[in-house]
Design a protein around this ligand. Structure first.
Ligand SMILES: C[S@@+](CC[C@H](N)C(=O)[O-])C[C@H]1O[C@@H](n2cnc3c(N)ncnc32)[C@H](O)[C@@H]1O
Length: 286
């Protein structure tokens, strides 16, 4: 596969792709995401606003596969649910025009569950149908793949070739202790005052537990509903970025440029995808 990785973030799709193919170009507008991608994958994504990238430029990569995770806020439970009317869908709408003029052989899209049934989903499937690609709408959560993390997501897997159904493995989740750093960063602990203020809304887990809630982009600054917190003999702390990366099935030694703040590291991870689930979605392509 010759892959265009669109809205590439820190390169979750590239990790999921493994040796099934090669990324011929990645695109993302975020400087921090692109610097992180470059540090880990050795190649710099195109720092472009995708709504302004021409059909000719995208077609010139001669990619046969699009892997994409468009912004999910227009389809989120906590977002405005404006779908295509949200300005953050501009790039997606442009890509649907590109799809008409230079369609790939395969396409896999990842998003929140609210994407399914949205106007954006309808537009995508209309364009796929018009181009003769068959598709499957899938839903899966990493907790069925052995990871103690809730992150239910939708995948639309499309291809010009027949798609191959793949069972969800239904593995028992490992305990969180298998995902923790060897040493601890004391700065991740909540002060007693902060803990007392948020204690009723916090999701607090222990190392022996086999679950954690979805880590969202705001985990570094929010408390309630942003992801789980870990209770240790020393108190209650945030999971570190490398621990969150492992819980997403990404390499635990994923690196960040020094200039990328802790809050931004959490944002990049919270925007990311669960690698084994994305690899499972990709396996539907023959
Ligand atoms: C949901 S995240 C995708 C994360 C990615 N799959 C990963 O593994 O990290 C969406 C990404 O799209 C980028 N983005 C949002 N709007 C964009 C646009 N109009 N053009 C290019 N990139 C955009 C954001 O910077 C963000 O990194």
């Amino acid at each position: 596969m010759r892959v265009l990785e669109l809205f590439s973030g820190l390169g979750g799709w590239r990790y999921a792709l493994g040796d099934r193919g090669a990324v011929v170009a990645a695109y993302d507008v975020s400087e921090a995401a692109n610097a992180t991608y470059a540090l880990n994958h050795g190649e710099q994504p195109q720092p472009r606003e995708l709504a302004a990238v021409s059909v000719g430029t995208l077609a010139a990569h001669r990619a046969d596969t699009w892997l994409l995770s468009p912004p999910c806020q227009p389809f989120c439970r906590m977002g405005n649910r404006e779908g295509l009317g949200d300005p953050r869908c501009r790039a997606f709408r442009h890509l649907m025009d590109v799809l008409q003029e230079a369609p790939p052989e395969h396409l896999v899209l990842e998003n929140v569950l609210g994407f399914l049934g949205s106007d954006a989903h309808q537009l995508l499937t209309e364009q796929l149908q018009a181009q003769g690609l068959a598709w499957l709408d899938l839903e899966a959560c990493p907790s069925a793949f052995g990871l103690p993390n809730q992150r239910p997501r939708a995948y639309v897997v499309a291809s010009r070739r027949p798609l191959v159904s793949q069972p969800i493995p239904q593995r028992e989740s490992q305990p969180l202790e298998a995902f923790l750093d060897a040493g601890e960063d004391p700065s991740l602990y909540l002060s007693p005052e902060v803990f007392a203020r948020h204690r009723h809304g916090l999701d607090v887990v222990a190392a022996g537990d086999r679950r954690s809630t979805c880590f969202i982009g705001g985990y570094g600054r929010r408390y309630v509903g942003s992801g789980s917190f870990l209770r240790t003999p020393q108190g209650v702390r945030r999971f570190s970025p490398s621990e969150v990366a492992r819980l997403l099935g990404l390499p635990g030694d994923l690196r960040f440029p020094e200039a990328v703040s802790l809050e931004t590291r959490y944002r990049l991870l919270g925007n990311g995808l669960s690698q084994p689930v994305a690899a499972w979605a990709l396996a539907h392509l023959a």
